[in-house]
Design a binder for this molecule. Structure first.
Ligand code: KG4
Ligand code: ZN
Length: 345
């Protein structure tokens, strides 16, 4: 019997150091995530220099711990997958250099992975057991701190259908939260505050950005500017009236989500048959309860299967990086040829 080797994943593109071990069928044996959020919080955002130092400190202890927790020997590992970009260059370099060292030293093939492909396939990972089978065509909505895009995914091809012309959706959550004095990362904070919002949210009217060329691209900088203007005008802040804060957060969150669905509708209606079988949403903002509920309703209305990632696979993690590498069985390259790139495509 041929022993099917495992894959080791390494992710260091931003503010999470993560190491995972997956079976060849996508079953996650371990997915360790060391978050640096507390180290960056005093600065209201990620400080690249601090991120790199933290990755350097945590990467190898996490690799050792992952092997120990799974009771796995190096001899059982057939490939190493590492995020090669996009991301913070200094942060990426720690993961890539570490993976190159392991690949060289232990003679294990190395697979460079596009972080976005990690997010794209993440809805198919399960908390235990083999991954959910990936359909022959699906639409992927990646909504994170650095990206907002819809992709058309087919075997061996990932086509970007739109992108943001300015800020990413998560970045917009974070910047407006910061303006109101909420801690980083702002998305979950705004979601929590919005839960207490009600009728009063109607006072805050946001408009939906549209382009003259009827492009399906996202644009969040207008929403950000309008939110900051309104927050200033109505003195909305953590230290102000809590009901005002809740109402404002609900209106702002709804404006961000309305735009997501406006674009998704436009893209879906423009697709030609055979239509994708599923829509999968991924990235940190996919952890948002309102996004998840709207997407589930959207799928029901249109009779499309909707895949929502487990919350642990929404934000950056190494399991999704190893899983993306599993989608490309022949992708290992000479470790000397792997380079970190802050922009990937
Ligand atoms: O995917 P991710 O970990 O990092 C990037 O690759 O960008 O996403 C982080 C982003 C942050 O902007 C954070 O505010 C947002 O995801 N986020 C959320 C929620 N949880 C994380 N946004 C809205 N609601 C949430 N519950
Ligand atoms: Zn990410």
């Amino acid at each position: 019997m041929i022993r099917r080797l495992m894959i080791l994943g390494i992710e260091t593109s931003c503010d999470e150091t993560s190491v995972a071990l997956l079976e060849a069928d996508g079953a996650v044996r371990v997915n360790l995530i060391s978050s640096q959020i507390e180290r960056h919080q005093p600065f209201g955002g990620v400080v690249p220099e601090i991120a790199s130092r933290e990755h350097l400190q945590h990467l190898f202890p996490l690799v050792t711990l992952a092997l120990q927790n799974a009771s796995v020997e190096w001899a059982s590992i057939g490939r190493i997958a590492v995020t090669a970009g996009p991301g913070l260059i200094g942060a990426l370099l720690v993961g890539v250099s570490g993976a190159q060292g392991l690949s060289y030293g232990l003679g294990i093939p190395l697979v460079p992975v596009n972080h976005l492909e990690g997010h794209i396939f993440s809805p198919y990972l399960r908390p235990s057991g083999p991954a959910t089978p990936i359909p022959s065509r699906f639409l992927s909505l990646v909504i994170s701190g650095g990206h907002s895009s819809v992709y058309d995914v087919r075997p061996g091809s990932v086509e970007m259908l739109n992108r943001t012309r300015d800020d990413a959706i998560g970045e917009t959550f974070d910047k407006v939260a910061k303006f109101m004095g909420l801690p980083y990362p702002g998305g979950p904070q705004i979601e929590r505050a919005a839960a207490g919002g009600g009728e009063g949210s109607k006072r805050f009217a946001f408009s939906l950005p549209q382009f003259n060329d009827r492009s399906a691209d996202f644009s969040y900088s207008g929403v950000k500017a309008a939110a900051i203007r309104m927050a200033r005008q109505h003195a909305i802040s953590v230290s102000g009236d809590q009901q005002d804060l809740a109402d404002f957060c609900l209106a702002f969150q709804t404006a961000l989500i309305d735009q997501l669905f406006d674009r998704l509708d436009g893209i879906w209606d423009g697709l030609s048959a055979p239509l994708p079988q599923e829509v999968a949403v991924a990235g940190g903002v996919a952890a948002n309860g309102a996004v998840r509920a709207r997407l589930a309703a959207w799928g029901k209305e249109r009779n499309v299967i909707v895949r929502l990632p487990e919350k642990v696979f929404c934000t950056d993690n190494a399991a999704m990086i190893a899983f993306a590498a599993l989608q490309k069985p022949a992708a290992a390259v000479d470790p000397q040829r792997v380079t970190a790139r802050s922009r990937f495509r």
